[in-house]
Design a protein around this ligand. Structure first.
Ligand code: ZN
Length: 147
C-alpha cells in the first residue's frame, strides 16, 4: 500500500507544481469565488457552458497543495464534458470524500482518474474542506449558468 500512497502523493504534487487550466476566462463565462477559512484556501472557478456542455474551465487562487491540486484535477476531469456528466463526476467525488448527501446509487461508468489520488485525504477530516473547496465552488458556478 505504501507504493500506492507514494503514487498518489506524486500525482497531487504534480498538479500542485504544474497546475492544469490555471488562469481566467472572460465573460460570458461565469466565475465564482470560494474560501476555506479553516486553511486559508481561496479558489475562483471560471466556467463556460454552451449548449449543455462545459466548453472551457479555468481556476485561479492560492492555498495548500490539496486545495490547488484538487482544483487542477477537477478542471481536467470536467472540461469538454456535458453538464450532466459533470454533475455525476461531482457526486462521485463528493461520495469519495464522504460529503455526498444524495444516497441514490452512483453511476459506475463515471471514472475519477487522477482524482482518486485524493482519497487518502479522507483520513484527515480537517483537510476534506481543502479537497472539496473547488468542487463546491464549481457547483455554485454551474447554478449560475442555469439561471
Ligand atoms: Zn487547505
Amino acid at each position: 500500500m505504501a507504493g500506492l500512497e507514494d503514487l498518489y502523493r506524486e500525482i497531487i504534487l504534480d498538479h500542485y507544481r504544474t497546475p492544469r487550466n490555471r488562469g481566467e476566462l472572460e465573460p460570458p463565462a461565469v466565475s465564482v469565488e470560494g474560501h476555506n477559512p479553516l486553511c486559508g484556501d481561496e479558489i475562483r472557478v471560471y466556467l463556460d457552458v454552451q449548449d449543455g456542455k462545459v466548453t472551457d474551465v479555468k481556476f485561479s487562487g492560492s492555498g495548500c497543495s490539496i486545495s490547488q491540486s484538487s482544483a487542477s484535477m477537477m478542471t481536467n476531469a470536467i472540461k469538454g464534458k456535458s453538464v450532466e456528466d459533470v454533475k455525476a463526476i461531482v457526486r462521485k467525488f463528493k461520495h469519495m470524500m464522504t460529503v455526498e448527501e444524495d444516497e441514490t446509487p452512483l453511476d459506475e461508468n463515471v471514472k475519477l482518474g487522477d482524482l482518486e489520488a485524493l482519497q487518502g485525504v479522507v483520513k484527515f477530516p480537517v483537510r476534506i474542506k481543502c479537497a472539496t473547496l473547488s468542487w463546491n465552488t464549481l457547483v455554485d458556478a454551474l447554478a449560475l449558468t442555469e439561471k
